[in-house]
Design a protein around this ligand. Structure first.
Ligand SMILES: Cc1ncc(COP(=O)(O)O)c(C=O)c1O
Length: 367
């Protein structure tokens, strides 16, 4: 049995006294639905990343779906999605009624292969949803002009990239819109939640209608006007209270992520069987530390034996039932998925814990 004090989590949200105080204020106010605190959180994220508008919704999945719907995408349309991502990216496309077209990823950055994306554009393609996997920006220097020239919407899945930059710009600010997730293993978490960032005022207006039953102003639930169709994807004051407190700690969290990546980089440099993905030490921030590793199952088991958590990468989407397709169309995702591992990466991780983790990985691979 592992003593409880040796337990090193893969990741866990960090909430405390500040969140309790802010939540208590919201509870005392009696207004626990989407309201002023939600708006404050939207403004805070917009200001942080330099986006014109932010619209908070129930999840990152809903954020992608609404952004696509806001661009008029639906049944009969096809949307390009990378083969290596959390399945939410593809399911969000399905929620709109559109079809998913999977495209392979690069093996260096794990993001959408832009040449294969260009080749995959067909007569029904209406949008591309690149994923900024673990804070690594997709190749927007190519994707932005490509989508503009081809007349495609570009909705960026930056669910894992709050605070990270690509080519000097915050992720979430590329394309027509970018989205974030506030689920439990994210840099900022309110349990669940999502956000759409956009500079397009008309799109932001449409997103607010889509989020709230087509209403154009805050409703009463009674004799409101609903000039267009919308749904209920609102993000409440309660959730915003929890997320806002964490925004105060965002810079510290990002600094810790940078430090953590450097620890692992030093500790695992030249370790046989481990490939360290190139680290852009500038403004790119990884939510979790990731490595590619041989004998991954043995490594996961050895870490688990010592009470250390980690997460193997997602299976390629083309191997899952909804999008089943032959492997040979996806050599990049196949090369990365089965070796990829996210190491313990929580806000509280110490250098000693990283040393212990790296030591077990080395020992396992040398055995
Ligand atoms: C890459 C990616 N896309 C989309 C999502 C969906 O976000 P959510 O879980 O908030 O719906 C997540 C996170 O869970 C994610 O990691």
């Amino acid at each position: 049995m592992t003593p409880p004090d040796e337990r090193i989590p893969w990741f866990r949200p960090q909430v405390g006294a500040a969140e309790e105080r802010r939540l208590a204020e919201v509870l005392k106010s009696g207004y626990i639905n989407a309201g002023e605190v939600t708006r404050e959180f939207e403004e805070r994220v917009a200001e942080t990343i330099g986006a014109g508008h932010c619209v908070a919704v129930t999840s990152g999945t809903a954020a992608i779906a609404l952004a696509l719907m806001g661009k008029g995408i639906g049944p009969g349309d096809e949307v390009i999605v990378p083969d290596l991502t959390f399945i939410a990216t593809a399911n969000a496309v399905r929620l709109t009624g559109a079809e998913v077209k999977l495209v392979d990823v690069e093996t260096g950055r794990f993001t959408l292969d832009v040449d294969r994306t260009r080749a995959a554009i067909g007569p029904r393609t209406r949008a591309v949803v690149p994923v900024d996997v673990n804070g690594r920006g997709a190749d927007y220097t190519v994707l932005e002009p490509m989508c503009r020239d081809e007349g495609l919407a570009l909705i960026c899945d930056s669910a894992e990239a709050l605070g990270s930059k690509y080519a000097g710009r915050f992720l979430g600010t590329f394309g027509d819109a970018g989205i974030f997730s506030f689920s439990a293993p994210k840099t900022i978490s309110s349990g669940q939640g999502g956000m759409i960032a956009t500079d397009d005022e008309d799109l932001a207006y449409r997103l607010r209608e889509l989020r709230d039953q087509g209403r154009r102003s805050q409703g009463t639930g009674g004799n409101d006007l609903h000039p267009v169709v919308g749904f209920n994807f609102k993000y409440t004051n309660l959730q915003a209270a929890v997320a806002l407190c964490q925004m105060d700690r965002l810079a510290d969290r990002l600094d810790h992520f940078r430090r953590r990546d450097r620890w692992y980089r030093d500790l695992l440099a030249d370790c046989p069987g481990v490939t360290l993905p190139p680290l852009d030490d500038g403004e790119e921030i990884r939510q979790w530390t990731d490595i590619l590793v041989d004998r991954r199952d043995d490594v996961v088991a050895a870490l688990a034996d010592r009470g250390i958590g980690c997460r193997p990468f997602w299976y390629p989407l083309h191997t899952q039932a909804p999008d089943k397709a032959p492997d040979d169309g996806f050599p990049g995702a196949m090369a990365v998925s089965y070796r990829g591992l996210w190491l313990p990466s929580s806000f509280e991780l110490t250098r000693e814990q990283a040393e212990l983790t790296a030591g077990i990985i080395r020992q396992t691979l040398s055995g």
